[in-house]
Design a protein around this ligand. Structure first.
Ligand code: NAD
Length: 459
């Protein structure tokens, strides 16, 4: 059987080996999940909630171990890996809360002449087996965002974690089993997209595919999933606008973090930064000073801000995109150095909308600063994207903030913050090229359940 080796992204050391699931192994896993579904979906909500609460507490109890594992298999700086574990614990906590309040509504049947004398109500039913496919950049919390609401709703799950960072999910599954999750309610399959991912998406058992990852793969999944519900959490080339009335002392460190945390490999990473010309010089100066103070290197070093990217190839791709921008007239204000998978936080200016670093998802520690004179122009430029996940605007002018909230066709507008803000219970997801459907525990539960109408006629 084919084996998958998982490496430490900084040292290259082998961290573990897993068996790759081919189509037959995927089919066996979906059957086990299907067999587990009736008992799990019939488990009373309070018991499901108790297991999810225990999982939340277990994640907290194992926080250091999990953070180190995330840092090693993904290259994420330890401080961000620790923050991810805390968020995942909270995500499971929200799921425990949510499990207890999944409910339907009555329908005033006599509002229609056809319904006179009848009593009607709808129930929110688990959808069945959910196929969950997750990316490398949040190996725990993005898994939690699928597994926790699916289990809260009474679904069984077959999870295919990213093949470069699957060990955290393996550990999570073991902790869930210790917390009392019955066998089969969560099945894991390992392997790459074309082999294991496609087998899972095209398998007839799952009623739904819940995918987080790149836009190209999202489109492929839509094409092969057949008659299943599909939710897609895809990429973005996030914009944030900084108006002249912004508090620069607050905005700059937040913008720097938003551009470079996790080496820019966050779907909400700040990529296009529109700064009003009146403050552009002061803002840029501070931005560069804060950026040059970042520590790049070993993710396990507690002082590390930026660890390696997921692979040397990913860093080389980022370097090539920066070179393309420079060749077409952009100026580099800082960064640009690459050593293997390490890519130093890079700041560009004099960019054009058609450059890859602007119009595509850069997914690397690269940010472009664009000056503007008129607020409306900044809004138009921020809106000029095929993506629509989240955007940010710094201003104390309520009219401008609300205009941005209405005008930008995105899933979330963060006022006095950057695109990167996310709390795990808020509705979260993208429009247009950024995907279909919403996560955030309550909203994922809605996606992962179907409505069943019950009408009682007089006997
Ligand atoms: P990716 O699309 O390469 O892989 C994601 C997952 O899909 C992996 O598990 C992979 O094995 C699987 N996969 C790949 N090809 C497949 C196929 N043909 N069929 C089925 N599954 C397949 O993405 P990545 O490089 O791991 O992650 C980066 C991307 O994820 C970025 O575009 C980023 O914006 C996006 N992302 C989005 C969100 C969000 O919430 N919107 C969050 C994190 C990451």
């Amino acid at each position: 059987m084919e084996r998958l080796t998982v490496f430490d992204k900084h040292t290259g050391e082998a961290l573990g080996e897993l068996t790759v699931a081919d189509a037959a192994a995927v089919a066996a896993a979906t059957r086990r999940a299907r067999d587990a579904f009736p008992a799990w979906s019939a488990t009373p909500a309070h018991r499901r909630a108790t297991i999810l609460r225990a999982a939340s507490e277990s994640l907290t109890a194992h926080a250091d171990e999990l953070a180190r594992l995330i840092a090693r298999e993904s290259g994420k700086a330890l401080k961000y890996a620790s923050a991810e574990v805390a968020r995942a614990a909270e995500t499971f906590g929200f799921a425990a809360d949510e499990a207890r309040r999944i409910h339907g509504e009555t329908v005033p049947m006599d509002a229609s002449a056809a319904g006179e004398g009848r009593l009607g109500f709808w129930l929110r039913m688990p959808i069945g087996v959910v196929a969950a496919i997750t990316p490398f950049n949040f190996p725990l919390n993005l898994v939690a965002h699928k597994v926790a609401p699916a289990l809260a709703a009474g679904n069984a799950v077959v999870l295919k974690p990213a093949e470069r960072t699957p060990l955290t999910a393996v550990r999570l599954a073991a902790l869930l089993a210790e917390c009392g999750l019955p066998q089969g309610a969560l099945e894991l399959v390992h392997g790459d997209g074309p082999t294991t991912g496609e087998a899972l998406c095209s398998d007839p058992v799952p009623a739904m595919v819940s995918f987080t990852g790149s836009p190209a793969v999202g489109r492929r999944i839509l094409a092969i999933a057949g008659l299943k519900r599909v939710t897609l959490e895809l990429g973005n080339n996030s914009a944030t606008i900084v108006e002249p009335d912004a508090d620069i002392a607050k905005a700059v460190p937040r913008c720097v973090m938003s551009a470079f945390a996790n080496a820019g490999q966050v779907c909400l990473s700040l990529q296009r930064l529109y700064v009003h010309e009146r403050i552009a010089e002061a803002f840029t100066e501070r931005f560069l000073a804060t950026t040059s103070a970042l520590t790049v290197g070993n993710p396990l070093d507690p002082g590390c801000d930026v660890g390696p990217m997921i692979s040397v190839a990913a860093a080389e791709r980022a370097e090539a995109w920066v070179d393309e921008a420079l060749a077409r007239g952009a100026r580099r204000l800082g960064g640009g150095r690459r050593e293997g998978a390490l890519f130093w936080p890079t700041v560009l200016t004099d960019v054009q909308p058609a450059m890859k670093v602007m119009c595509q998802e850069v997914f690397a520690p690269v940010v472009s600063i664009v000056r503007y004179a008129r607020f409306e122009d900044a809004l138009d430029q921020a809106a000029d994207s095929e993506y629509g996940l989240q955007a940010g605007i710094y201003t104390r002018d309520l009219d401008k903030a609300l205009l941005a909230a209405r005008r930008l066709d995105v899933g979330g507008v963060m006022i006095n913050d950057t695109s990167i803000f996310r709390a795990d219970h808020m509705p979260y997801g993208g429009n247009r090229g950024s995907g279909l459907g919403r996560e955030g525990v309550r909203f994922a539960v809605e996606e992962m359940t179907s409505l069943r109408m019950v009408v009682i006629a007089p006997s």
